[in-house]
Design a protein around this ligand. Structure first.
Ligand code: ADP
Ligand code: ADP
Ligand code: ZN
Length: 229
């Protein structure tokens, strides 16, 4: 599918939701459809851990416990990424911001670039279902496409539909114990951002317990309006 033309000023979206809500899955689809760049702080942090950078070394144990990495580290990795030229067309922030400090810092970072948050989409899901979502998640090591043991299987078992790779990976923190810590962190530190953005009239809550295609349709409608406004 060809990317829809987007207005001249970069568009910045936030996908909010607990672990397993479908942020990564939907962000990748929006990226393909609208030519926006998915920025996942989880992916950036996992990259830093794998590369053994200072930030990665500090983040590794915190992530393994399912707690939030410090605002200073997360903001440093995000800022580095925002400085790269490919994010010029606009971004889909997936898993960021997760605290009030991060939300404020994001406003400042964008204001300095003469940009702002255009829409915040909160994926509304049932916590109880997120354990199964996260526990069954796996990802293609070749292209990053996400799959699920029951809910999103590749056409040929073990082989990525997108790139053909048979190298599938599972995250060390995607287990039932860590998910409950991550859900607690979400409710304590991230869910309050829903009110923060509602007060600024940029929030849309989208029911996200249905199937992936149906949710993608709802997000398409929201982003299409931004693209043409
Ligand atoms: P998040 O980025 O919010 O943690 P993901 O997009 O990685 O969530 O989705 C978590 C897991 O659930 C993945 O294995 C994904 O394939 C699957 N998934 C995503 N959306 C849905 C959905 N609407 N219904 C069922 N499974 C889903
Ligand atoms: P999910 O949405 O499935 O919980 P992510 O990949 O977004 O997973 O995050 C994985 C882990 O990385 C989190 O549990 C946390 O330790 C860390 N992390 C990611 N983004 C942030 C952030 N914005 N602030 C603090 N920690 C983060
Ligand atoms: Zn792949």
């Amino acid at each position: 599918m060809t990317a829809t033309a987007i207005k001249t000023r970069p568009v910045n979206l936030i996908l909010l939701g607990p672990p397993g809500a479908g942020k990564g899955t939907q962000a990748r689809m929006l990226q393909d459809r609208f030519g926006l760049v998915q920025l996942s702080t989880g992916d950036l942090l996992r990259g830093a851990v794998a590369a053994g950078t200072q930030a990665g070394l500090a983040a590794k144990a915190v992530m393994a416990r399912g707690e939030l990495v410090s605002d200073a580290i997360v903001l440093a990795v995000l800022k580095d990424r925002l400085d790269q030229p490919d994010v010029g067309t606009g971004t889909i922030l997936d898993g960021f911001p997760r605290t009030a400090v991060q939300a404020q810092a994001l406003d400042d970072l964008l204001a300095r670039r003469d940009q702002r948050i255009d829409a915040v989409i909160s994926l509304a899901v049932d916590d109880a279902a997120m354990v199964a979502r996260v526990s069954g998640r796996y990802t293609c090591g070749g292209c990053g496409e996400g799959y699920h043991d029951q809910f999103k299987q590749p056409k040929i078992a073990g082989r990525c539909d997108k790139c053909g790779s048979d190298k599938m990976t599972r995250r060390a923190d995607d287990n039932a114990e860590t998910v409950s810590t991550r859900l607690v962190a979400y409710h304590a530190q991230t869910a309050p951002l829903i009110d923060y953005y509602r007060a600024r009239s940029v929030l849309t809550e989208v029911p996200a317990m249905g199937d992936i295609g149906e949710i993608a349709g709802a997000l398409d409608a929201i982003v299409s309006k931004l693209a043409t406004s």
